[in-house]
Unconditional design. Structure first.
Length: 150
């Protein structure tokens, strides 16, 4: 009889180990799925902001006017804070976004380039529902500014 009780104990330990491994695997898998969907949603939001900026650029270029567009963005993506900002260098301008706070420099999860050479500036941080894009002509340079609408 002593051998059957030790066999039972070893079988119980093996089943416990398998259960822990399966639980850890499923937990890891759900975390990966959640992260992938959050990144996908962030890309959608950045593309939405880029589309609004392109719309503003087209209107200002064709009509030689000033335009402000107010639109809503999600407060959070999943349960994470995010930020979106306009940036540019000497050759191009883009919309970029990432998770966390906007004080991180140079670290973005996604970037969408704007179609024209413009001066773009401004940051929108999640937690506010309304974003605003201001577009105007300053001489021959088009200026885009992204901010939150209070």
């Amino acid at each position: 009889m002593p051998s059957s009780s030790t066999d039972f104990l070893y079988s119980l330990m093996a089943l416990l180990a398998v259960g822990v491994i399966l639980t850890a695997s499923f937990s890891s898998y759900t975390t990966v799925l959640a992260h992938a969907s959050e990144v996908s949603k962030l890309k959608e939001v950045v593309n939405h902001v880029a589309a609004k900026a392109t719309e503003a650029l087209t209107f200002v270029t064709e009509n030689n006017a000033t335009l402000s567009i107010v639109f809503s963005l999600p407060l959070k993506i999943g349960d994470r804070d995010y930020w979106i900002r306009f940036a540019n260098d000497s050759s191009s301008a883009w919309v970029e976004g990432a998770f966390g706070n906007a004080s991180r420099s140079g670290e973005q999860d996604c970037r969408v380039y704007l179609p024209r050479d413009v001066y773009a500036t401004g940051t929108f941080e999640g937690g506010y529902e309304l974003a605003q894009i201001d577009c105007s002509l300053n001489g021959s340079t088009i200026q885009l500014t992204l901010s939150r609408k209070e």
